[in-house]
Design a protein around this ligand. Structure first.
Ligand code: GUN
Length: 292
């Protein structure tokens, strides 16, 4: 039997969180502190440029400060490390973000690990990942944190649920697992992480009460792969060529139309998880300013 699928839009969740953040921003302002974020962007990756523009816009709207340090594709490790070391000392910037992916000649781990753990608003530093695994997180990676906020906002509980995550990236899959497995109110889940070497994927996805898809493969999941009543969070943002003026449209990792009437809820692409990631980045930057 078909039933109605709720669409989990990101905007109301963002508005809800922003109200919370505004109080913190105002109280910092009374002390003369404006939360500041340094964004390091290397090269011309079009998706990265869009993300960085959206970050700048969101920070302006929140009366926070952000500055982008733009490098050409040929930037060296030394140049980037020198900049990060000076930003680590700066009082102007409470958070530092190195936009990923970096061009392939650069050692991503070496560069991101240079960011001081106190300014690591992405939560990618081994120290912050370790704290997250211990269940005492300081900076939670932004997309998993946004997903937790989305589930909470729409009253989707996680305790005792089987959550299946598609994708084992450092940005989404691994930290998402680390959060959901904790003894937190929005945790206590049984978590399965699937990836490119997983066999019989469909057998596993069909067991999910909550399915989080961050595979980077357009339309990997369809209605035949999920059980009725599942909640689906689609983290994919794929540019698929079409006949429009732009020449492409954005699509998720889930074949959206095919799960309508089967899933209890699904986050759309665009206008789902994306805006939340940036809001959680602002939240981490404000947290860094408060810690300081
Ligand atoms: N590229 C795609 N997502 C992210 C993110 O959350 N942080 C950084 N630094 N780069 C990204």
């Amino acid at each position: 039997m078909q039933s109605e699928t709720t669409i989990l839009y990101g905007k109301p969740v963002v508005q809800h969180i922003r109200e919370r953040l505004k109080t913190d921003i105002q109280s910092l302002a009374t002390k003369g502190i404006i939360p500041g974020l340094a964004v390091i962007l290397v090269g011309e990756d079009p998706a990265s440029r869009v993300y960085v523009r959206n970050k700048e816009k969101a920070f302006k709207e929140l009366s926070c400060y952000s500055k982008t340090f733009q490098f050409s594709t040929t930037a060296t490790e030394t140049e980037l490390i020198n900049l990060i070391q000076s930003l680590n000392q700066s009082t102007e910037f409470h958070g530092i973000l190195v936009q990923l992916p970096l061009p392939s000649h650069l050692n991503e781990k070496l560069i991101t690990n240079t960011v001081s753990p106190d300014k690591d608003v992405d939560g990618f530093h081994p120290m912050n990942l370790g704290l997250l695994l211990q269940g005492i997180p300081r900076f939670v990676p932004c997309t998993p944190n946004g997903i937790i906020e989305m589930l909470k906002f729409y009253n989707i509980t996680t305790e005792g649920k089987h959550v299946v995550i598609l994708g084992r990236s450092n940005i989404v899959g691994k930290p998402m697992f680390a959060l959901l497995v904790q003894k937190f109110k929005m945790g206590n889940s049984t978590v399965t992480v699937c990836h490119t070497k997983t066999q019989s994927l469909e057998k596993i996805t069909k067991q999910a009460d909550i399915l989080i898809v961050a595979s980077g493969v357009p339309h990997l999941v369809n209605g035949n792969m999920v059980k009725a009543g599942v909640h689906i969070i689609d983290v994919g943002i794929n540019q698929v060529k079409d006949d429009s003026v732009k020449g492409y449209k954005l699509t998720g990792d889930v074949d959206y139309d095919s799960v309508l009437g089967i899933a209890k809820s699904i986050s759309p692409v665009p206008r789902g998880v994306g805006p939340l990631t940036i809001t959680m980045l602002a939240s981490n930057t404000i947290q860094a300013a408060k810690n300081n």
